[in-house]
Design a protein around this ligand. Sequence first.
Ligand code: ZN
Length: 143
Amino acid sequence: MININISKKVKNNIKQHALNEYPNECCGFIIGYIENNTMQCVDIKKSNNIANNPKNAFEIHPKDIINAIKKYRNTKLSVLGHYHSHPNSLLNSKPSKKDIDSIYDSNLCWVIIGINDKEIEYSAYMPKLLKNNTYDLEIIKII
Ligand SMILES: [Zn+2]
């Protein structure tokens, strides 16, 4: 099973983005490389949340996804996945049903941060294809 290493700097950048967008969900991409079965996150690329109800959901414009992938083409880095926040959510950093329904690429990790006025919690997941051809998100270790 793959692990994910999120540096302090990246965690802080995600946290800052989440606080700036609060009480809306923030979203963006996790940038890095894979080494020794570990996703090494070295940076983030922020994205706009275009969901109709940004307090309870996130949606990234397909153009942003294409641009992010293009930006790192021919470099050592690539888009490893994306992150989004759950502001004041009872789900904290667990994926919502809508999150699971919106999985579109089984190779991209999901980093979710639960955030309220006191606490912040980071979790990471990889999509897992189920027998009935739907996905679930399987928690992976943050190291
Ligand atoms: Zn979510």
